[in-house]
Structures are given as structure tokens and as C-alpha cells.
Design a binder for this molecule. Structure first.
Ligand SMILES: [Zn+2]
Length: 175
């Protein structure tokens, strides 16, 4: 065996390990989602992994809180931040039972998550009314064409801004 072949074998082995881990973490996310359904919740679960270890999990808790933002992925991200600080999310991996919605995907991006894997697609979810594909489609439109009214109204009434101390300048010059 040449050195190149050995390196390839090593790479393939690592890729296989990663795939096995991916299946394992996704199975865990789906198991969380199933358990959540059995407790009256929606079929969504997520696990956050760092250095091969699960550091937080979450399930959709809308049925308990009535809060539409209580998604599995967001709650898992919040659990990591509470327990380990938000830096722990940088480069972490999120494994979700279903295709993340735009809110959760954006939160993962803002947190610096490095990898997202999901098991059930929006196509799988569509027949059950659980897909967020329509929101993704809407968000691709220019702001003025989206279904929710979005208006940019510049801060004309901000006297401090008129005096050269706009909100962001105020933040930039904080003591
Ligand atoms: Zn979400």
C-alpha cells in the first residue's frame, strides 16, 4: 500500500466514522421528537454536538408554552448558551429531526454553528402541514413583495441622531 492509499483509507475511515456518528445523532433527535409527540408535543427534536459529545438537546415545547419560538433547535441553542456560554456554539454541530425552519437556521448561523444535519425533509413534512418551505419561498422575495408588511422608516424623530449621536454611534462610543 502506498502512503497516498493509506491516507485515502484513513480519510475514508474518518468519513465513515462521521457518517456513523451522523446517523447516531440523527436517530437521537428523531427519538426525542417521537417522545415529544407521546407527551402531546410536535414531532421535532434536536441535539447539539461539540467534539463528538452531545452538549444539549431540545424538543418543540409549543404545546407547553404556547410560544411559537419554542422550537427544538432554538431551545437546544439556548441550553448550550446557559450551560457553556455562547462561544460553545461556534463550530458546533446541530442534528435536527426535521428540516430547520428559517428562524432556527438563522439562529444557528448567528451563533456560528458549523454543521447542520436533518433527517426529515420539508417534502416529508408537507403532507402533514409541518413544512416551512412556503416561508423560505416568501423570504426569498424582495421585502416589499413578502406576505408580511415590512417598512423601513428612518429615524427622523431622533433628536439625538440629528445632533450627531445616532443610536449606533451612541453604541460605538459607549464608555
Ligand atoms: Zn425552527
Amino acid at each position: 500500500m502506498t502512503t497516498a492509499e493509506a491516507t485515502d483509507d484513513h480519510r475514508n475511515a474518518r468519513a465513515m466514522d462521521t457518517l456513523v456518528d451522523t446517523h447516531r445523532f440523527l436517530r437521537q433527535a428523531v427519538a426525542l421528537a417521537r417522545a415529544n409527540v407521546d407527551e402531546g408535543g410536535r414531532p421535532f427534536g434536536a441535539v447539539v454536538v461539540r467534539n463528538g459529545e452531545v452538549i444539549a438537546t431540545g424538543v418543540n415545547e409549543f404545546h407547553r408554552s404556547g410560544d411559537i419560538t419554542d422550537h427544538a433547535e432554538l431551545l437546544a441553542l439556548r441550553a448550550v448558551a446557559r450551560a457553556h456560554g455562547s462561544d460553545a456554539l461556534k463550530g458546533a454541530a446541530v442534528f435536527a429531526s426535521g428540516h430547520p425552519c428559517p428562524m432556527c437556521l438563522a439562529a444557528m448561523r448567528m451563533a456560528g454553528v458549523g454543521l447542520v444535519a436533518y433527517a426529515y425533509s420539508n417534502a416529508d413534512a408537507e403532507p402533514f402541514g409541518l413544512s416551512t418551505a412556503a416561508i423560505y419561498d416568501d423570504l426569498r422575495l424582495p421585502l416589499g413583495e413578502q406576505s408580511m408588511a415590512i417598512r423601513h422608516v428612518p429615524p427622523v424623530a431622533d433628536d439625538a441622531a440629528a445632533a450627531g449621536d445616532g443610536l449606533y454611534a451612541h453604541w460605538a462610543h459607549r464608555g
